[in-house]
Design a protein around this ligand. Structure first.
Ligand code: ADP
Length: 743
């Protein structure tokens, strides 16, 4: 029971009637108890509380009825059920599982009949919610009561007010308890229902995901097959053209590029196909019985020529005796080739690669011989925290470790799956900065394999399938000496910043007739070259290692030396939405890949033409301020700074291009190219123009006579000043002075 004052808790209601008089004596009032706060708005009882009285004495029934007549709790009345023996009660209890309270006599047909009925209610009928109140002859008569019931009343047969009050409080407490348990049970059932609903929803979703996954796998597999046919039809004729020989060098380079890239595409498609086969669980080992040492030697030595060309020290060691066993030639090829191509991809010139193969006898069953393949390189290595992840599908090491030329992040995950298909293991060790070592161990033979994991083929049957990821060499960049140095008045200079050598070469070859080309393989190199040579235009890729196109463009546009250079950004379609739209890259134009080279050329010319027009304005319009010709605020600052320095030395005859260059802290050619790009004037012409503009102003302001003005603006030769002035303003200085005094 709660300890609250009963006056606060209950509302008193007047009631009249025979029963109340019988119980309390004439004139006495009966109280109806209701909890104040919980009183619902409607006073109409919605349902009843079922109270069962089990007692062999009729008196008890009538006393209880009388005492509780009109008792209302939570807006519900009591509905009495009566039985006179424990046995008889069982049926009623079974038929009314919603009885709220049972008032129960302990001694009926037997001394323990009441207690046994309690056990029946709880254990047999499984009713755990009904509240049971025991009536006992004296306190402590039912020793088990603590276990089975919460309330005991032992003197309520006596018609005293005390007894009635006890009855009220006990019933009230029981109803409360019953009410709470039922509500809790309702909640629990509701929750259970929700859990069931959610579970079935999740199950449905899971099935959907699985179905989608299967569809994706099927789609991958179908589309990869579809890609292979046209690719084969491209590769065939291209190979024919290459072997026919007799073609111009430039033409050959183009066709080689086609060949290389078609092969690369085929390699990628084959990888996707393998992935979908693995996903569908339909990849089996195709075993042939032959000499594994010689087979793997062929794969390994295939890289020797590449190593020579890349100036990489390539060492390998193999067992000296042949070893005939069952193994999957194609998968061994893929594993070896993949690890080696990665090693070659990530190792720079002058580095080293070691490839060691050994066959070890294993004492423990089920394997008897294990092949160990180790590929060690002196590349950049892999940061420790990423070592585990590199075997995840599509994972690529981020940041400066990323290799130029991209990649897909499929190779290693596929390799690991191929290795585990043969019950083997692949591990990697790496010391960042020093390189890494991949070690594959794989059991040989077929004793360890289940019958459904492999099929046996004769060596002749295993078709010389097209090499899966046969290393496709990167296109070569031109050497430094092939880059021409700009000459004054020569073709405009363009810097191509692109990490894929083939794309770079493709653009270069299309532009080199009309433009002077410089190349860079990433943003960092691009920025450096742009600052050094101040090109007339930059074409850059967006995604590049070391520094991407966006960052490089931002730096170019905020550096005074390069801020004026127009930039064309090459983007893949997917980047256009994701990156460009939200991001201010500062590029002057975009072209999406795959691009039409003619369109690129048109845009290049257009931008160069635009800049030319701006420059011409500077020459035509003598009053033009820096902000009128500046393209970016960095340009404006640059011009203001240059003009400021010249004006400070305006009367100094000796101030020349050299002094301005020192004052601006730029190299001769940087200053020259920047001024030329903005004003179409050489440094000397620019200084002279500023002196003349100043001279014109002084003449307007009547600073002095022409000779005085001439010296004031740093000319030491009157007739030279007059000649230059006339060329710029169309009139002689003295006429200019006269004209301006008239106006
Ligand atoms: P991809 O080379 O196409 O990106 P891989 O699955 O072959 O995909 O390799 C995953 C990543 O692991 C690569 O992006 C690379 O960063 C790293 N990696 C693989 N091999 C080497 C290696 N020999 N040296 C350094 N990093 C490597």
């Amino acid at each position: 029971m709660e300890k609250e004052n009963s006056d606060d808790l209950f509302e008193k209601k007047d009631l009249t009637g025979d029963d109340s008089e019988k119980l309390f004596g004439e004139g006495k009032k009966k109280m109806v108890f209701e909890e104040k706060e919980k009183k619902p708005p409607s006073t109409i009882p919605v349902k009843t509380w079922k109270v069962l009285v089990v007692d062999d004495e009729e008196d008890v029934h009538s006393v209880t009825r009388m005492a509780l007549k009109g008792f209302i709790y939570q807006n519900k009345e009591i509905e009495f059920l009566d039985t006179y023996s424990a046995r008889e009660s069982r049926k009623v209890i079974r038929e009314n599982p919603d009885i709220a309270v049972i008032l129960l006599d302990v001694v009926m047909e037997t001394n323990n009949a009441g207690l046994e009925l309690v056990k029946y209610i709880r254990d047999k009928a499984g009713n755990h919610f009904t509240q049971i109140i025991l009536r006992t002859g004296y306190p402590g008569q039912a020793p088990e009561r603590e276990v089975i019931v919460s309330y005991e009343i032992n003197d309520y047969k006596t018609k005293t007010e005390l007894t009635s009050f006890k009855l009220f409080t006990v019933i009230l407490a029981s109803l409360r308890a019953y009410d709470s348990v039922i509500k809790l049970e309702g909640l629990r059932l509701g929750l259970e229902e929700k859990v069931r609903e959610r579970t079935s929803e999740l199950e449905k979703k899971n099935i959907q995901i699985m179905e989608m996954d299967q569809m994706k796998t099927r789609f991958f597999s179908n589309i990869s097959h579809e890609f292979r046919t046209p690719l084969t039809l491209i590769l065939g004729p291209v190979e024919e053209m290459l072997s026919a020989g007799q073609m111009e060098e430039k033409e050959r380079r183009k066709i080689e590029r086609m060949h290389r890239n078609a092969l690369r595409l085929l390699g990628l498609i084959n990888q996707l196909l393998d992935l979908s086969k693995l996903d569908a669980g339909s990849m089996k080992l195709e075993l042939t019985e032959e000499d594994v040492v010689n087979t793997i030697r062929l794969f390994i030595t295939g890289f020797a020529g590449y190593a020579d060309r890349k100036k990489i020290q390539y060492k390998f060691s193999l067992p000296d005796k042949p070893f005939k066993t069952y193994f999957d030639r194609d998968k061994l090829d893929k594993i070896t080739t993949n690890l080696l191509s990665n090693a070659f991809k990530y190792t720079s010139e002058e580095g080293g690669i070691n490839c060691d193969v050994s066959i070890m006898e294993q004492k423990k069953k089920p394997y008897s011989f294990i092949l160990e393949l180790s590929v060690k390189d002196t590349g950049p290595g892999i940061p420790e925290e990423q070592l585990e992840k590199i075997f995840d599908r599509f994972y690529q090491v981020e940041g400066e470790w990323k290799k130029e030329g991209g990649g897909t992040g499929i190779g290693l995950s596929l390799t690991r799956e191929l290795v585990s298909l043969q019950h083997g293991k692949i591990t990697v060790k790496s010391e960042p900065g020093k390189g890494c070592t991949f070690i594959v161990t794989m059991p040989l033979g077929k004793e360890h394999l289940k019958g459904n994991e492999y099929i046996i083929k004769s060596p002749e049957e295993v078709s010389e399938s097209m090499r899966w990821s046969a290393i496709v060499e990167e296109g070569k960049s031109r050497t430094k000496t092939e880059e021409k140095e700009p000459v004054e008045g020569g073709n405009p200079q363009i810097l191509i910043v692109e990490d894929n050598p083939d794309v770079r070469m493709h653009i270069l070859e299309s532009l080199e007739e009309e433009f002077l080309i410089k190349e860079a393989a990433n943003g960092e190199e691009g920025l450096e070259k742009a600052i050094e040579s101040v090109p007339d235009l930059v074409i850059t890729d967006l995604m590049m290692p070391k520094m991407d196109g966006v960052e490089m463009c931002k730096r170019l546009k905020t550096d005074e030396r390069t801020s004026h250079i127009p930039v064309i950004m090459l983007t893949a379609k997917a980047n256009v939405e994701s990156k460009i739209e939200g991001l201010e890259t500062g590029a002057d134009d975009y072209i999406t890949k795959p691009f039409n080279i003619k369109e690129l050329i048109a845009r290049v010319k257009n931008l160069i033409e635009q800049r030319k027009k701006l420059r011409e304005r500077f020459n035509r319009d003598v009053k033009l301020e820096p902000k009128d010709i500046a393209i970016t605020s960095a340009d404006e600052k640059f011009l203001n700074r240059a003009i400021g320095i010249i004006e400070r030395h305006i009367d100094d005859f000796e101030f020349d291009a050299q002094t301005l260059q020192e004052g601006m802290n730029l190299s001769r050619s940087q200053l020259f190219r920047k001024l030329k790009a903005l004003t179409d004037q050489s440094t000397t012409e620019f200084i002279r123009a500023i002196r003349l503009k100043r001279g014109a102003k002084l003449l307007e302001q009547k600073f002095g006579n022409v000779a005085e003005v001439t010296y004031e603006v740093g000319f030491n030769n009157l007739s030279y000043f007059a000649r230059c002035f006339k060329k710029m303003y169309g009139v002689s200085p003295s006429d200019y002075m006269k004209q301006s005094s008239k106006s």
